[in-house]
Design a protein around this ligand. Sequence first.
Ligand SMILES: [Zn+2]
Length: 261
Amino acid sequence: MSQYDLSQPESSRLLQLEEEIAEDLKAVFRIGVNLMEIRDNKLWRENFRSFEDYCNDKWSKGSNWARKMIKAVKVQDVVPIENEWQARQLADLSDDKKVEVFNRAVDEVSDPALVTGSQLKRIKQSVLAEEVEPDIDQAMLVNHRMLAEDFDSCLNGLTRVNSIIEGISDQSVGMWLNVEEFRMDMKNMRANIRMSKPHELCPYCMGGGNLMSLEGNEEDCSACRTLGWVPKAVWDEAPEQFKNKVRGCDSEITSNEPLMD
Ligand SMILES: [Zn+2]
């Protein structure tokens, strides 16, 4: 028996403690149900001016807390979740989506009781990503390509400069050239241009420069700073399912960067 193994009494104690915690986590739903009744029937009205004041004074909690608890109940009305963390993952989805995400989670673990909040969070993200219709902004696409061409022209220009300098570096006319420094500068310039060049349409906003939030508001796309395109560094960081949408809509977008080095 190793130092990690639990004794028989320890094992059953652990089980008992965990069952109690699981029960307490479920109590969240009773809190939500009770708060909802207090709110909806204005049972707070004798001693408080508002439901917010009631939450603040009576329970030392903001109304945000009450809203979360009530939301959790509404999630549980739709899918058999067990705690508030799970509820929070699904709260902002439509009922259909709640069911879809939950069912996918159950498919993965084959028992509804084993579904976790983190699992729901992950599945929700991929369900939402699938939902966004690939709606490529065509004007942006053309613009983005032209911008990329300018960068490629610069890189081509540098290649010409490079071959001239390398050509004269071992001739007498190039006697005063610091070739090492030139190569270093050249490398930096190329890296700078490559890193800042429009690489692909923004996989988050599909070139539109803005996004629809879960609440249905239009928001600036921060990934591309509303430009509609992203440089390679941002592209590389984006989730695959987003990138596939851009790729699916436009297979020939990757520009033909001149080969160098
Ligand atoms: Zn964007």
